[in-house]
Design a protein around this ligand. Structure first.
Ligand code: 5AD
Ligand code: SF4
Length: 438
């Protein structure tokens, strides 16, 4: 039996949080001898890496702490990390005395200190970890998440993130490229570049003497690293989708043809109130240009309904954009007023039942579109990087353009590319057959 201490970690929220959790796991493994466990009851340390982007997960946090503190080993510690830690800080300790420490989304490198000091609270959003050398840990052997920036310089009026992750600082290109090299040397096929606003890369480095480099140049540099087979990134901002960026996206063969374009609203009036910096027309122009330039491009989006002041007409504009762009994937949310944000103070808040109705209309529309998109993939052949062996005898992976694809197969295929012909397209995944090399 191993005597190492056991760490249980739960990660909520975005890909940034997933990466932060990987960093936490690596730090605790390398410096404090912790080993990961999936069994809460075995854990000596329980971490919850939180999200605060909407109200629901924040509520859930406290009920979860309650459940965890009942189930845990008697002397096990509970720590709260991530965006809700940044946002609520000390308050978490007051509300939930079973919590030992609170570590903000921008203070990840302090985890080794936090686990040793009861009552530790560190949530400073000016803290600069852009050059911190974290240890290596990857949740997937084939895919490597790599941060290219921390924080966010935008001030979208609905969004709490600038208040939890602070100002944007880009990570120096040589650090990123070193990470990329390390990742491919240890078997990664796909590099997933992460930032709150990736295509604003290079605007500010911690080291003022660093030469400017924009995101398009960074993408090219990453693609030149030997062994990199696929590059993905998230999230880009529609405002910064200039022609140079779209050209690199379209022409660099290593870049997967899947673009996240967070619309948020289709109404120029609402976009202005959200301080998104673009209009409905600009968004449509970029999306159509992308569809023109890149055959079979996959466009995903985020949409918020019932933002303060959203009229029926504004909502119709959102539906109109969804009909025109026909997103391959859509994440949609009812507006949730967040503390510290401007929009929470706006006078014209929309009643919750109106929001629920709009959300349903939007989601029904998108389901219809998605069914048509899925059906039309029948007979097509996609190159899939297989990543998961499922209990039902299927293996699963993603096409270059980000369709989730499943086929009968075994673990021999994991981490490898294979061509799959789609035979049975479903809404949640496209089922197909692996084409064998002759
Ligand atoms: N209410 C609802 N949705 C929100 N998002 C961000 N802030 C809010 C909010 N206050 C959504 C946006 C963002 C995604 C990660 O979460 O669509 O792109
Ligand atoms: Fe990620 Fe935003 Fe949630 Fe923080 S608040 S975890 S940045 S989605």
């Amino acid at each position: 039996m191993s005597m190492s201490k056991k760490l249980y970690i739960e990660t909520i929220g975005c890909a940034m949080n997933v990466r932060d959790s990987e960093h936490i796991i690596a730090e605790l493994r390398d410096k404090e001898g912790y080993e990961l466990t999936n069994e809460l009851t075995q854990a000596d340390l329980i971490l919850i890496n939180t999200c605060s982007v909407r109200e629901k997960p924040v509520h859930k946090l406290f009920s979860e702490i309650g459940v965890f503190s009942k189930k845990k080993k008697e002397d096990a510690k509970i720590g709260v990390c991530g965006c809700t830690a940044s946002h609520l800080g000390e308050e978490i300790l007051k509300k939930a005395p079973s919590v030992s420490f609170v570590l903000g989304a921008r203070n990840v490198s302090k985890i080794t200190q936090a686990v040793k000091e009861d009552g530790f609270v560190q949530t400073d959003i000016d803290y600069d970890e852009s050059e911190y050398a974290f240890g290596d840990f990857r949740s997937s052997p084939y895919k490597a998440y790599i941060n290219i920036s921390i924080g966010c310089d935008k001030s979208c009026t609905y969004c709490i993130v600038p208040h939890t992750r602070g100002d944007e600082i880009s990570i120096p290109p040589d650090i990123i490229l070193k990470e990329v090299k390390k990742a491919v040397q240890s078997g990664a096929k796909e590099i997933f570049l992460l930032g709150q606003n990736v295509n604003n890369y290079g605007v500010r480095f911690s080291d003022k003497s660093l030469k400017k480099m924009d995101f398009s140049d960074l993408l090219d540099a990453v693609s030149e690293v030997d062994g990199v087979e696929r590059i993905r990134f998230t999230s880009p901002h529609p405002l910064h989708m200039d022609d140079k960026f779209l050209n690199v996206f379209a022409s660099n063969e290593k870049i997967c043809k899947s673009m996240h374009m967070p619309l948020q609203s289709g109404s120029t009036k609402i976009l202005k109130a959200m301080k998104r910096g673009y209009t409905k027309e600009w968004f449509l122009d970029r999306a159509f240009k992308l569809r023109d330039m890149v055959k079979d491009v996959h466009i995903s989006t985020d949409v918020i309904v019932a933002f303060p002041g959203e009229s029926e007409e504004d909502f119709e504009d959102t539906l109109d954009v969804v009909k025109k762009v026909r997103f391959e994937q859509m994440f949609s949310f009812k507006y949730s007023p967040r503390p510290l944000t401007k929009a929470a103070e706006y006078p014209n808040q929309i009643p919750s039942d109106v929001g629920s109705r709009r959300l349903k209309i939007l989601q029904d529309l998108h389901t219809e579109i998605l069914d048509e998109i899925s059906l039309s993939q029948k007979g097509k052949v996609f190159e899939v990087l297989f990543e998961e062996l499922r209990a039902d005898g299927f293996i699963a992976g993603r096409s270059d353009n980000n369709f989730l694809i499943r086929a009968k197969g075994d673990k021999e295929y994991l981490g490898k590319f294979a061509d799959v012909k789609i035979t049975n397209p479903r809404r949640m995944a496209l089922y197909g057959e692996i084409l064998k090399d002759e």
